[in-house]
Design a binder for this molecule. Structure first.
Ligand SMILES: Nc1nc2c(ncn2[C@@H]2O[C@H](COP(=O)(O)OP(=O)(O)OP(=O)(O)O)[C@@H](O)[C@H]2O)c(=O)[nH]1
Length: 372
């Protein structure tokens, strides 16, 4: 198995174990010298400190469940280091150094609740030696060995603490990056939502948005009894504008009308939407048909006197407008739009440049007309 694919606990623990054992070599070697140990003891100690870490790494790396194998390795460490302490008669500083090392490693990878496992593993090692060999208590270590134990343990703790700090920094950076990405995704999502609901030429809401909004507003009106008016607006003889001045000039006229509409729906709840090519719809919650008629009339006269300039050419045209309202002309969205459309059609029939309210309609004035 490749190291890159291994569980991070296996790779990190290989480094921690190799480091701890390599650092321990000087203190334990000094103690062996003090004990005047023979070549067998030296060989076993070197195997333990230099070869064993690689062997257990190899075992974990090849295990079906490397994490599980590595956590077992931690306990094997405990048993072996407990056994070494017992073999030497539990020298105080050395036993302390090994005990703290085992406990730290267990807590890093298994947490405080598993600390007992490390302690039991070490005691098992001590017990094993006591059972096989007997236990002689020789707590003394030479001063330089004790000092080495203190220095090495401190160094190991600092390395482990620095690891925790680096991991904390990495975690903070990842969270920051994740937060930024999330904010970016949220921004893009709302941009997409905005694009789906807006007309690109005018920036007004589109028909799709209005259909949903109208359903919502009518439901609210049904509850509160508040009025709602629809004002359907169509630019007169727009084809002629396009044909005479060109499509970009027609676009400019659409934009200018959109600006006028935007100015009139600044109050909360009022919505202006581009309903079709040169057709616009105002949805005016809380507005009576009379108020909507007045607004439409003001809009018609303003637009009629507006000179739109595009490409150095000045253009003028007029608006035909149909007005319908809830509750007078119905309380269902489709029905209200149809009544406003019928009124608009009537305005065209009457010669354009005028505002017609749905209740003024002649009989069968629109191919789509249906009885009110
Ligand atoms: N420049 C421009 N023209 C558009 C756009 N959308 C639709 N049109 C044009 O608007 C014109 C609408 O023409 P008609 O439906 O015949 O209506 P009209 O010429 O305004 O005549 P009346 O409505 O009967 O007064 C068509 O020529 C469309 O190509 C647009 O986004 N930009």
């Amino acid at each position: 198995m490749q190291a890159g694919k291994l569980h991070w606990v296996v790779t990190l623990n290989r480094r921690n174990r190799s480091l701890f054992f390599a650092l321990g070599l000087s203190a334990l070697g000094a103690h062996l010298a003090y004990l005047q140990a023979g070549p067998l003891m030296w060989t076993l100690l070197l195997l333990q400190l230099l070869v064993y870490p690689q062997l257990v790494y190899w075992r974990a790396a090849r295990a079906a469940d490397p994490l599980r194998a590595e956590l077992q390795n931690l306990l094997v460490d405990g048993v072996l280091l407990g056994a070494w302490s017992a073999v030497w008669g539990l020298p105080l500083w050395i036993s302390f150094m090994l005990f703290v090392g085992v406990c730290i490693n267990v807590v890093i990878f298994m947490g405080i609740p598993s600390l007992w496992k490390g302690v039991v593993a070490m005691l098992a090692g001590v017990g094993l030696v006591a059972a096989v060999h007997g236990l002689e208590f020789r707590p003394h270590t030479e001063l330089h060995t004790s000092l080495l134990c203190i220095v090495l343990l401190t160094a190991y703790l600092l390395i482990v603490a620095n690891d925790a700090y680096q991991r904390g920094v990495k975690l903070r950076d990842s969270r920051h990056e994740l937060g930024q990405r999330l904010a970016q995704i949220t921004r893009l999502q709302s941009q997409l939502q905005e694009q789906a609901e807006r007309d690109p030429l005018t920036g007004l809401h589109n028909r799709r948005f209005l259909d949903d909004a109208l359903e919502r507003e009518l439901a609210a009106c049904a509850q509160t009894g508040a009025p709602l008016a629809l004002v359907l607006i169509d630019i007169d003889r727009f084809k002629r504008i396009n044909d005479t001045y060109g499509h970009p000039a027609g676009d400019e006229m659409i934009r200018r009308l959109a600006d006028l509409l935007r100015d009139r729906v600044r109050d909360g709840g009022l919505i202006a939407c581009r309903y079709g090519g040169e057709e616009f719809l105002l949805m005016l919650p809380g507005t009576t048909v009379d108020e909507a008629m007045a607004m439409a009339e003001e809009l018609r006269t303003t637009f009629a006197s507006l000179e739109v300039v595009s490409g150095g050419q000045a253009m003028r045209t007029t608006l035909s407008i149909g007005v319908a309202g809830c509750p007078e002309h119905g309380d269902a969205a489709q029905r209200l739009v149809l009544r406003a459309d019928q009124a608009l059609y009537e305005a065209k029939l009457r010669g354009r440049n005028q505002v017609v309210r749905a209740s003024e309609l002649r009989e069968v004035s629109h191919p789509l007309a249906s009885p009110a």
